[in-house]
Design a protein around this ligand. Structure first.
Ligand code: MG
Length: 342
C-alpha cells in the first residue's frame, strides 16, 4: 500500500460568509492509496473552524503506516487504527477513509453506494447554498442556482429578514436555513422560526450555540420547522446526545472521519428516530461523491460543494433534476477534468 498526497487550495466562486467567518479559499489535502494496480482517491477539506490545516494533516500522515492492511480491508480496524494513532484529526482521517472506499470499489468492481446498500432511486434533492451577501448579490446568486430545487441560506447576522425577502423575490423553491449558532434569544428565535415557516423554510440548522442544550431543545419542542444539529454533532458518540435536543442531525464526512463512521451515524440516528441531513464542507467532487454514496439513506442532502468552487480538479458530479445521479462506475465514480480515467 502506497500513500501519497498533495496540498490543494480550493477557491470559492464567491467569498463565503457564515455567521462568524468569511473566506475565499479552503486548504485541501488530496490523497491517493495505491494497492496492486488500483488507486483510491480521498480528500480532506480543512475549513478553519475545525482546527486542522495542511501542517497538522502532514504531521498525522507521517505517523500512518498502512502496511498491515490487506484486501479484503476491514474498515472498522482501519478506522480504529487511525483513531489510536491520535485523537481528533477527522478531516485527514476522512481523506484516508474515502480513499479506502474508492480503492475497495475498484478492487471489488462495485460502486461505493452499493457497499452501503444505498438505492440511487432514493436520492434526495441537494440544496444549493447562498452565502451571506448584499441583497443585490443574493439576487444574482439565486438566479445562478436555477438548476437546484432547494436553496439553503446562511442567516445569523442582523439582516435575516432582508436576506429572505431578497431570495423570495426571485425564487419560490423551498428553503433550508443555517443559523450556524448565530441566534441567542430563544423566544426571539422561535418568533423568527414561525416567520421563516411562513416563508417556506423547511429546516433550520443549528439555531443556537451548540452548548446551549436547553435552548436548542426548547426550540425543537416548539418549532413548526425541523431543527437540525450540526456543530453539536461531530462523531458517532454525539448522535445519542442529539435525541431530545434536535429533530435531526447533519452528518458530514469531514466531521465523522469519513464514510465508515458517517454510515454508522446515519443508522444510529434512524434507530433513535432522528432525521438525517447529509452535508459537506468546501469540497471537490471527491469528498462529495463519497457523501452522495450515502445520501439515499438520508432524508435531506446539502452536497453543493463542487458547484460553489472555481477550481474543482475533477469533473463535477452527474446532476439532474436537482439531484446527484449515481452511476455504475466502480468506487466513487470520480473523473478528472480532462477525461483521463482515474
Ligand atoms: Mg451547518
Amino acid at each position: 500500500m502506497k500513500l501519497t498526497y498533495q496540498p490543494y487550495q480550493l477557491e470559492l466562486k464567491y467569498p463565503f460568509g457564515i455567521s462568524k467567518f468569511t473566506r475565499t479559499a479552503t486548504p485541501l489535502i488530496l490523497l491517493q492509496l495505491e494497492y496492486e494496480s488500483f488507486t483510491g482517491f480521498g480528500e480532506a477539506s480543512m475549513v478553519p473552524y475545525m482546527g486542522e490545516n495542511p501542517e497538522t494533516a502532514t504531521a498525522f500522515l507521517k505517523k500512518v503506516d498502512l502496511s498491515r492492511f490487506h484486501h479484503p480491508f476491514n474498515m472498522e480496524k482501519v478506522m480504529a487504527y487511525l483513531d489510536d494513532l491520535a485523537p481528533g484529526n477527522p478531516n485527514i482521517k476522512a481523506a484516508i477513509d474515502i480513499a479506502f472506499y474508492d480503492l475497495i470499489g475498484k478492487l471489488e468492481q462495485k460502486p461505493c453506494y452499493k457497499m452501503f446498500h444505498a438505492d440511487p432511486e432514493l436520492m434526495p434533492v441537494t440544496s444549493f447554498t447562498l452565502g451571506l451577501d448584499t441583497p443585490e448579490m443574493m439576487l444574482k446568486k439565486a438566479q445562478e442556482a436555477a438548476g437546484f430545487k432547494v436553496i439553503k441560506i446562511k442567516l445569523g447576522r442582523d439582516n435575516d429578514e432582508e436576506i429572505i425577502r431578497a431570495v423570495r423575490s426571485v425564487t419560490n423553491v423551498p428553503l433550508y436555513v443555517d443559523a450556524n449558532q448565530g441566534w441567542t434569544d430563544r423566544q426571539q428565535s422561535l418568533d423568527k422560526i414561525y416567520w421563516l415557516h411562513e416563508q417556506g423554510v423547511e429546516l433550520i440548522e443549528q439555531p443556537m450555540d451548540k452548548n446551549d442544550v436547553d435552548g436548542n431543545a426548547w426550540l425543537t419542542e416548539n418549532s413548526p420547522v425541523a431543527i437540525i444539529g450540526d456543530e453539536a454533532v461531530q462523531r458517532f458518540a454525539d448522535v445519542e446526545k442529539a435525541k431530545g435536543v434536535y429533530h435531526g442531525i447533519n452528518v458530514k464526512l469531514m466531521k465523522s472521519a469519513g464514510m465508515y463512521e458517517g454510515h454508522r451515524m446515519i443508522l444510529k440516528a434512524k434507530e433513535l428516530g432522528l432525521k438525517v441531513l447529509i452535508g459537506c464542507m468546501s469540497e471537490t467532487s471527491c469528498a462529495t461523491l463519497a457523501a452522495a454514496a450515502l445520501a439515499p439513506l438520508c432524508d435531506w442532502a446539502d452536497l453543493d460543494g463542487p458547484f460553489l468552487t472555481k477550481n474543482n480538479p475533477y469533473q463535477n458530479p452527474d446532476f439532474a433534476d436537482g439531484k446527484y445521479v449515481l452511476k455504475e462506475a466502480f468506487g466513487l465514480g470520480l473523473r478528472s477534468v480532462d477525461g483521463f480515467r482515474l
